[in-house]
Design a protein around this ligand. Structure first.
Ligand SMILES: [Zn+2]
Length: 173
């Protein structure tokens, strides 16, 4: 006998809000092409306090928004190569932020948590890419992306810090 899949409050929220979204989506939005119109990609953190389209002025269809823990360029490389080679983007932004969780923990802490809670060593070789210095990490990730040889030399890669306290974006590199 098959059981019904669970419906959590968050699942119910998606169902309800999406039904409204379907009603509101314009024909122009439905007809958008796959390649981003403004030809750029933004790498930013998964932090719930960042609303990229509002904070960074992105209209639907304009840009790729790649999100991960800490706005890691290392983590985003796969998506960036796809973005550039297959979908025509030509510019990259790395936008990290103040008060990021990635500044507060380290690999050994998280590996120990996994071991304790899940009773496995499977995380022992995973680099979770924490960093102790925010601005240095922005510079490191921009330098990393430039050094991979996987993004064209002429591509502009800028690095930024978003201040969750004020909403302000400050350019670092
Ligand atoms: Zn973060």
């Amino acid at each position: 006998m098959s059981s019904e899949p669970p419906v959590t409050p968050n699942i119910q929220n998606l169902i309800t809000k999406n039904a409204q979204h379907v009603k509101n989506l314009t024909q122009q939005e439905r007809d958008l092409p796959i390649p981003p119109a403004k030809k750029y990609a933004i790498v930013t953190c998964m932090d719930a306090r960042i609303h990229p389209s509002k904070a960074f002025g992105i209209t639907l269809g304009d840009a790729h928004i790649i999100r991960n823990a800490g706005a890691s360029g290392v983590d985003a490389l796969r998506s960036l190569v796809i973005s550039q080679q297959l979908l025509g983007t030509e510019e990259v932004f790395i936008v990290k932020h103040t008060d990021c969780g990635m500044l507060k923990f380290d690999n050994s802490h998280l590996r120990n948590l996994v071991k304790e809670r899940l009773n496995t060593d499977a995380a022992k070789d995973i680099d979770f890419l924490f960093y102790p210095d925010l601005e240095q990490s922005v510079r490191d990730d921009v330098a990393y992306l430039k050094g991979t040889g996987l993004l064209p030399e002429e591509v502009v890669i800028s690095g930024w810090v978003y201040e969750v306290e004020t909403g302000k974006c400050v350019r670092i590199v």
